[in-house]
Ligand binder design. Structure first.
Ligand code: SF4
Ligand code: SF4
Length: 106
């Protein structure tokens, strides 16, 4: 697949968020192309991923990291890059969706 590079003023408007402070309402997780899949066996709960996540999409307690909040995770992959224990793998959403569909169909 090839893409044509266009100057910014020729790019069609995708969406507009007219109001500030509306991030809870706009579930930006639907933008995600890649999903950070957590390997719980490798995770030491060091919480470094939580510090780096620009979307505050990693729920934590003082001692534990929980599953990513996929309503808001945009799939930037910063958590996977910063994890010192390689506990996160970025997997294409399409791959995961196809697997889920196959399981549903039997
Ligand atoms: S940085 Fe890696 S090991 Fe640390 S809490 Fe996050 S996923 Fe777990
Ligand atoms: S992929 Fe990006 S947005 Fe999603 S949890 Fe990791 S750092 Fe946060």
């Amino acid at each position: 697949m090839s893409y044509e590079l266009k100057p910014w003023h020729e790019i069609p408007v995708g969406s507009i968020v007219p109001e500030a402070g509306s991030s809870k309402v706009n579930k930006t997780g639907s933008w995600r192309m890649l999903r950070p899949v957590l390997n719980y066996d490798k995770c030491t709960h060091c919480l470094i991923c939580w510090i780096f996540c620009p979307d505050d999409s990693i729920p934590v307690s003082p001692k534990e990291r929980f599953e990513t909040d996929f309503d808001y995770c945009k799939g930037c992959g910063i958590c996977a890059v910063e994890c010192p224990y390689n506990a996160l793998e970025m997997v294409p959403e399409m791959e995961i969706k196809l697997k889920e569909l196959e399981e549903q169909l039997g």
